[in-house]
Design a protein around this ligand. Structure first.
Ligand code: G3P
Ligand code: CA
Length: 266
């Protein structure tokens, strides 16, 4: 599948807003996607999981307590795994107030809603399949939603680069997804041992390690195998500069406006 290429006049390195712009709005909400657009991101990273009744929902943790009011709304549930709640139940939750009272009423978005909002903003998507072992078959659910929503298999959004990239820490899940969506680039989160990169290069397009694990030699080895490197979660200017010095192709940050500035200055 095609590698990302920046068009003339666009950023040379992808500026990826982590969980939406999580530094400025409640993560993985439509408000965070709008904030990412306002802050000049090229791409938004969000996490996808699945409800009890099979709907794809955008949320990071596999439990609801940290970013919603689930304990107040469902005091008798006892445990709060995302996959134990129907979409109707999840939609009752407030996913904004924990971050700030001005975000009261933000909901856990469905993947379809997130796609609509990203498209409205002309943003590209870096979609993380979160904890897929909990959701057998989620890769084909994702492929179905992507295929049903127009435009996501097209080559480019407003700010260039690929419209959609799919990634996971679960490399077998990423491979299943790559087989279902062969025209979509796929990334492996984490650090693939150097002697295994060539094998993964048969179907993967990116290796996306933590910036704390990154060396220039590692980035070079990934590039030599024909893959790209996006690195997470880079929030300090000095760490952004260090990642750019090592040759990364994208910076995933809670502060995409800061990343944009550092990329432009570099
Ligand atoms: O995109 C990479 C990054 O999101 C991975 O870590 O825990 O924020 O999903 P996490
Ligand atoms: Ca993520």
């Amino acid at each position: 599948s095609p590698l990302t290429t920046a068009a003339p006049g666009k950023l040379s390195v992808l500026d990826v807003a982590h969980r939406g712009a999580a530094g400025y709005a409640p993560e993985n909400t439509l408000a965070a996607i709008d904030e990412a657009d306002d802050r000049g991101a090229t791409t938004v990273e969000i996490d996808v999981q699945r409800s009890k009744d099979g709907e794809l929902v955008v949320i990071h943790d596999t439990t609801l307590e940290r970013t919603t009011d689930a304990e107040e709304v469902f005091p008798d549930k006892g445990s709060y795994d995302v996959g134990k709640f129907t979409l109707k139940e999840l939609r009752r939750l407030d996913a904004g107030s924990w971050y700030g009272k001005e975000y009261k009423g933000e909901r856990i978005p469905t993947l379809g809603e997130a796609l609509d909002r990203l498209r409205a903003n002309g943003l590209n998507l870096l979609l993380e399949i979160k904890s897929p072992a909990l959701y057998p078959g989620i890769e084909s659910d994702i492929a179905g939603v992507v295929a049903r929503n127009p435009g996501w298999l097209a080559p480019s959004g407003k700010r260039g680069a690929d419209r959609l990239i799919i990634q996971s820490f679960d490399w077998e899940s990423a491979e299943r997804s790559a087989k279902l969506l062969p025209s979509v680039p796929h990334g492996l989160l984490g650090t693939v041992p150097e002697d295994e990169i060539a094998d993964y290069a048969e179907w993967a397009d990116q290796i996306n390690p933590s910036h704390t694990k990154l060396t220039a030699d590692y980035v070079q080895a990934v590039h030599d195998a024909g893959l790209e490197v996006l690195t997470y979660t880079v929030n300090d200017r000095s760490d952004m500069r260090a990642a750019l010095d090592k040759g990364v192709d994208g910076i995933i940050s809670d502060y995409p406006d800061v990343a944009r500035e550092v990329i432009q200055e570099h």
